[in-house]
Design a protein around this ligand. Structure first.
Ligand code: C2E
Ligand code: MG
Ligand code: MG
Length: 266
């Protein structure tokens, strides 16, 4: 009654995976996730919103970053309850912000995996969270990546329209990597596009990256999409983006993702 693997290295990988899966199951059962908040700025350097980024509390201390557990959560289906927790926790925070004059206009963006977005009850989940926390829906933004669209574009458009009818907005995350299909951009009702940090990082040294950023900005402006540059780390990157007409910025230059207790007071 034992299973043995033929290499120790393979066994180690399997063990680590199994341990992480157990950790995720425990975190779902025991309130083991936290949202961190990273500021988004306008051209004048004012905070206009935040992106909520999930972390898993590591019982040995510290936080497990999403790159380490989101892929496994997606594979195992655990992303479904995790994603539901994210929507609820984000709406609870957005409600608190909307109650106070200094933060009432902030938007809050959440990341939603393809698997969650295509759940039959996803629209109802969003509606329920908005109602339960008495949130003004225009403050909530859902970030999707292209992986959501792959497969059935008609179904995606329909679902996005149902959620937009609630008043919630959409952003297309990590634009520039992947297919970056212009026909998707035209057909899907996005409000905002986020330029992937790779291009922001690369544009100062690399002429083609700079040209791509300029092209993304031009397309977004003509499609009347807001644009956020992600991963802005240096003043030089910020100034280059400003000069090219970018309106919104996010990155370590302005602030790392922080727990809500460390969110800058208005
Ligand atoms: P993302 O949505 O593209 O989020 C941006 C990532 O870039 C975040 O990493 C953020 O901390 C990081 N970042 C922001 N500014 C800078 C910068 O100036 N320099 C550098 N080097 N990095 C910067 P994080 O928090 O580790 O999240 C990684 C990815 O995990 C996210 O990428 C998103 O795809 C996924 N993720 C995070 N939270 C959630 C969630 O609640 N649900 C789902 N489904 N995915 C999530
Ligand atoms: Mg994102
Ligand atoms: Mg991104």
């Amino acid at each position: 009654n034992t299973i043995r693997f033929f290499s120790e290295a393979m066994q180690a990988v399997v063990d680590a995976r199994a341990e992480l899966e157990l950790r995720l199951r425990a975190a779902i059962a025991e309130d083991g996730f936290r949202l961190f908040y990273q500021p988004q700025m306008d051209r004048d350097g004012r905070i206009i919103g935040a992106e909520a980024l999930i972390r898993c509390i590591d019982p040995q201390g510290g936080m497990i970053p999403p790159v380490r557990f989101i892929p496994l959560a997606e594979e195992t289906g655990l992303i479904v309850p995790i994603g539901e927790w994210v929507i609820d926790a984000a709406c609870a925070q957005l409600h608190l912000w909307q109650q106070q004059a200094g933060t009432a206009k902030l938007t809050l963006s959440i990341n939603v995996s393809a698997r969650n977005f295509h759940q039959p009850d996803f629209v109802a989940r969003v509606r329920t969270a908005l109602e339960r926390h008495r949130v003004r829906p225009e403050g909530l933004k859902i970030e999707l990546t292209e992986s959501v669209v792959v497969g059935d574009i008609e179904a995606t458009v329909l679902r996005m329209q149902q959620i937009k009818a609630l008043g919630v907005k959409f952003a297309l995350d990590d634009f520039g990597t992947g297919y970056s299909s212009l026909s998707y951009l035209k057909r899907l009702p996005f409000d905002q596009l986020k330029i992937d940090q790779f291009f922001v990082r690369d544009m100062a040294q690399n002429h083609s990256s700079e040209a791509i950023v300029r092209a993304i900005l031009a397309i977004s402006h003509s499609l009347e999409l807001e644009v956020v540059a992600e991963g802005v780390e240096t003043q030089a990157e910020y100034e280059l983006l400003l000069a090219r007409g970018c309106e919104m910025f996010q990155g370590y230059l302005f602030g790392k993702p922080v727990p809500i207790e460390e969110w800058p007071a208005p």
